[in-house]
Structure formats: C-alpha cells, structure tokens
Design a binder for this molecule. Structure first.
Ligand code: SAM
Length: 221
C-alpha cells in the first residue's frame, strides 16, 4: 500500500541530489535551480527513459512506477548504465509512487515540458474506468504541472482505451492535438513504440497501436 513508500510533502521537498548526484554536487551551485522536465508515468522497465536520456542529455527526467520490484529494477538498470557509460545516464531517475495520487507533490505549476502515458493499464470494465491514468479529472492535474506548450504523449494497443484517451484530451479545454507534420518532425514520437518494453512486445506480435499526442494550451475564451 501507499504507506510503504515516502511521499514528498511538496515539490520543494523532492531530493534531487539523491536522484541526480552528478547534477547536484555542492560545487556545482549553478545547477541547483534545475528541475525535472519530463515525467514517464507508469514507466515500467524504463526503456523510454533510457532512450530519452541520450537524446536530451541536459534534461532531467523521472519515471514514476507503482510496482516496488519494477522500480528497484529500473534503479539498478540506471546505476549499471551510469557505471559502464561514464558521465552518461545521469539525467534519468525513477521513483516508486502512485501517480494518480501524488503528481502535485512532485511537480510545481508549469514545471514539466513532457509527460508520457505509454501503454497504460486498460481497466476494461466500466466500473474500473475511474482507475484509468487519463481522465478529465486527472487531465486537470496534468494541465497544472505542464508548462504552456508542454506535450502529453499517449499510446496503447487497446483501441477502446486509445479512443478514451483521445476523447478526454480532445474534450479538455487546455489541450490541443499536434498537427500531422508536427508529429512527423518530433523524434520522441518514434520512440513511443520502439523504446518501450510494451511497445516492443506489441510490435513483435504484429499488433496495432493508437496514439494521441496533445499540447498544453491556454484555453480560448
Ligand atoms: N510504460 C511502460 C511501457 O510502455 O513499457 C509500462 C507499461 S505497463 C502495461 C503499465 C505500468 O504502469 C505498470 O508497470 C504499472 O505498474 C504502472 N502503473 C499502474 N498504475 C500506476 C500508478 N497509479 N502509478 C504509477 N504507476 C502505475
């Protein structure tokens, strides 16, 4: 249960020096204002973070994962990568938490520039739809922590969930779909399937995927 993991009381209590030691050494004061910019929600085994790490080496990113053992695995994976690739993979980290409850404990208003919801659990039954990580209510929270122009990336192999996520995003006044040419120009879009463990599984089985990529906008009056 939630009582088994610590939760920071506010974003200013998130200990960056533990997660990103190389960026937050005492001699490097210039970096003390640096904030996490990307959040991979339900990161699973961490494949996306690892690909993004070298693509955006100066951006701090975090994976949020509910399962204890999976979180520990990702921690070990990152540590091993840091050791075998000196000075790389210092910008990624993982935390065990329930993202449906604690996003505002980790991020300030407008802090994030990208959020990822890749192959989230589908919760098929109607009575379990409230457990879905994308909902109108949770989009209010995500809109709060995303800066204007920030992007939400979602992908699933479950068509019904894909429709659900797209409908929620489309109905929300603070999100707007990226245009086709923007999707094509964004190198991150290609990673949604290819870099994630779930995406690779779906590709191996020849499955279809459904993505929705939306930008945080100022609602029109
Ligand atoms: N995104 C990864 C990928 O594409 O390979 C993993 C997808 S996996 C199907 C969904 C993950 O979300 C699981 O690892 C699960 O433990 C995690 N998860 C589910 N609910 C969560 C929550 N409330 N907070 C954080 N993680 C959660």
């Amino acid at each position: 249960s939630d009582s088994h993991f610590p939760v920071p009381v506010s974003p200013s209590h998130v200990d960056y020096s533990l997660s990103y030691p190389l960026f937050f050494t005492s001699s490097d004061q210039a970096d003390s204002s640096r904030k996490i910019k990307f959040a991979d929600i339900g990161c699973g085994f961490g494949g996306l973070l690892i690909s993004l790490s070298t693509l955006f080496p100066d951006t701090l990113m975090i994976g949020m994962e509910l399962r204890d053992k999976v979180t520990e695995y990702v921690k070990e994976r990152i540590l091993a990568l840091r050791i075998s690739n000196h000075s790389q993979y210092q910008n990624i980290s993982v935390v065990r938490t329930n993202s449906m409850k604690y996003i505002p404990n980790y991020f300030e208003k407008g802090q994030l520039s990208k959020m990822f919801f890749l192959f989230p659990d589908p919760h098929f039954k109607e009575k379990n739809h409230r457990r879905r990580v994308i909902s109108m209510h949770l989009l209010d929270e995500y809109a709060y922590v995303l800066g204007i122009g920030g992007i939400i990336y979602t992908i699933t192999d479950v068509e019904e969930l894909g429709d659900w996520m797209k409908t929620c995003l489309e109905s929300h006044p603070m999100f707007e779909a990226l245009a086709e040419e923007e999707l094509e120009a964004d190198p991150v879009v290609k990673l949604l399937s290819s870099a994630t463990e779930e995406g690779q599984k779906v590709a191996r089985n020849g499955g279809q995927t459904f993505q929705a990529v939306y930008r945080r906008v100022v609602p029109s009056q």
